[in-house]
Design a protein. Structure first.
Length: 418
């Protein structure tokens, strides 16, 4: 891969994009949405090949679910673009403005970052999400997907480029890295100082660690999802069991699925049988000493947990279960084992709810709801670049504004500093 040539092309695209009106960008995005809708057979055929290869390679069904596309997911992709189209264009927005004692008029306005790169695993929907958010926010984007989704990604990008070309959009605003199993292209991206303005890793712990430890260009760090659910003393236990089921089973390969369930020790004998019944034999429970016998006697599929099971991202039908003495122990345990992604408490105690939300260190903190809601589409962004778990620039589901920064515009009438 010639990163210099690719980045130069993307920079030219970014320079054109940053001057376009919202109407011009929306016209191109609408054309892309229509093209994806019309070309769904081509896209689904390419995806079927990826899924077939993944199964032959032994990929787990939970991860294959992330890789797979169907008509419902294509509908969601198209809908996501349409929501981005209908969002307010952030470029040119005045964040603040004031006049100095010298009469200088200062405005802090929102501008694109320039050229972004995203390095991601599986999920071909990320290809479209990242493009649509980048395009609307005036940024060009370099996509580096995983080999498992190579056919899907090439099909999607070819449809996007053709739509941009036919609609008069900026075709040079998107590029996809060709498959490179040596990962040399990743090294080039991470070292492209002055060529790429920002890199976003989206995937598992290993990928994120590789990017954050080796990048010489700025990184918006997304995180793996070691998410917790805490069932408080006096909680609605039926609601807790239903939420636990949804947060673990609905999509176990997602980063916002729970990996550890904490239960107040006063509720163990009442709650754990409900949990066992709700999960049946669909989930392997890795339980600590206080929980193991209760779950076993309730007929759950259970084995004894090790210390390594807590703080581990299973991305599968596996859930660690642990007893805690109170809300304070739950908070302390979560903060020492989580990845700052999404955490939830099930409680009827308002003080405990507010304490949990105040003290938990995570991008998203829920009360009486599933962690599965941490998603740009659900939050109303239409699409997302990922879930940022860092504390600078952007945190949580990243929408349009995550790819913007600000600059100061100063108007004077002859002032000089004395």
């Amino acid at each position: 891969m010639d990163i210099n040539k690719i980045a130069e092309g993307l920079r030219r695209g970014a320079n054109v994009l940053c001057a376009l009106s919202a109407e011009e960008k929306n016209k191109a995005l609408k054309a892309v949405a229509e093209a994806i809708d019309k070309n769904r057979v081509k896209i689904l055929e390419a995806n079927a090949l990826d899924v077939e290869n993944a199964r032959k390679g032994g990929m787990s069904e939970a991860l294959i679910e992330r890789l797979s596309l169907d008509n419902k997911k294509i509908d969601s992709i198209v809908s996501g673009i349409e929501i981005v189209v209908n969002q307010t264009d952030p470029i040119g927005e005045v964040a603040e403005g004031w006049i100095t004692p010298e009469g200088l008029e200062i405005r802090q306005v929102r501008v694109p970052l320039g050229v972004a790169a995203i390095i991601y695993e599986s999920r071909p929907n990320v290809t479209v999400d990242a493009f649509s958010l980048a395009y609307k926010s005036g940024n060009a984007i370099l996509l580096r997907g995983s080999s498992s989704a190579i056919n899907s990604n090439f099909a999607l990008v070819s449809v996007i480029k053709e739509a941009l070309k036919e609609s008069g959009g900026v075709e040079s605003a998107i590029e996809l890295c060709e498959e490179d199993k040596t990962h040399e292209d990743v090294k080039q991206i991470l070292n492209a100082v002055g060529l790429i303005d920002i890199v976003l890793p989206r995937g598992g712990k290993k990928l994120i660690k590789t990017v954050t430890e080796n990048a010489k260009v700025p990184v918006i760090e997304t995180g793996s999802g070691v998410c917790h659910l805490y069932v408080d003393e006096g909680a609605d236990l039926d609601m807790a069991a239903t939420i636990a089921e949804n947060a673990k089973i609905q999509r176990p390969g997602a980063c916002n699925a729970i990996e550890t369930l904490l239960v107040n020790e006063k509720e163990l004998s009442s709650f754990l049988p409900k949990l066992a019944e709700k999960l049946s034999d669909r989930v392997l429970l890795k339980a600590d000493e206080k929980c193991f016998d209760i779950l076993k006697n309730a007929g759950a599929k259970v084995e004894k947990a090790t210390e390594d099971d807590f703080g581990f991202e299973f991305l599968d039908f596996v859930l660690a279960v642990k007893a805690v003495s109170d809300v304070n122990e739950a908070i302390s345990f979560i903060n020492s084992h989580n990845t700052k992604h999404s955490e939830s408490i099930i409680t009827n105690n308002r003080a405990h709810a507010r304490l949990f939300q105040q003290k938990i260190d995570a991008a998203c903190v829920y009360v009486n709801a599933s962690t599965r809601f941490t998603d740009g589409g659900v939050f109303g962004f239409g699409a997302e670049l990922g879930i940022s778990t860092q504390k600078m620039h952007a945190r949580g589901p990243m929408g349009i504004k995550a790819l913007t920064t600000t600059k100061f515009l100063i108007d004077g009438d002859g002032q000089v500093r004395k």
